[in-house]
Design a protein around this ligand. Structure first.
Ligand SMILES: [Zn+2]
Length: 155
């Protein structure tokens, strides 16, 4: 498996995993984990590297308060109001910064392969932003589509 960033599936909604697909996805995720190790990013979603499964891999999850490294079938609901302006970067658009609206706290739901079940975590801070950013990717949504202005104010 030759892993590299590619734009082909960026705006394609990922396929929700079920049954045997979890195991196949996990085997790919292990390789993505190895690949992402030395990249300067928090996480990468499968459709950023030309894969179709609804999954993202977080690099050094403990370091930014993230509950796990392999996240399948992610979803989230806000548990704080209102949204705030978040300045973000994306591995698929190197050198660009985006101002997008995010929730500070969310209830994150995903399938945990190790526990073999759906789990829920309250997330805040960077963990919350990364979860929202990557989950948007799984829905084919990138920062270009949801940004509220061209550039951050300090630029
Ligand atoms: Zn991104």
């Amino acid at each position: 498996m030759n892993i590299q960033l590619k734009p082909d599936l960026l705006r394609t909604k990922c396929e929700i995993l079920d049954g045997d697909a979890f195991k196949r996805c996990f085997q790919k995720a292990i390789k993505v984990k190895e690949w992402i190790k030395n990249k300067p990013v928090y996480a990468v979603t499968f459709n950023q590297i030309g894969l179709i499964e609804s999954c993202f891999v977080a690099r050094k999850p403990k370091k930014f308060g993230f509950p796990t490294d392999i996240v399948m079938n992610p979803m989230y609901t806000p548990i704080s109001q209102p949204q705030f302006q978040s300045i973000e970067r994306c591995a698929s658009f190197p050198g660009e910064e985006f101002v997008v609206m995010r929730w500070r706290e969310i209830l994150a739901t995903y399938y945990d392969y190790h526990e073999r079940k759906l789990v829920q975590h309250k997330l805040k801070g960077i963990a919350s932003i990364v979860f929202q950013h990557e989950t948007d990717h799984t829905n084919g949504v990138v920062c270009h589509d949801i940004r509220i202005k061209e550039k951050p104010d300090h630029k």
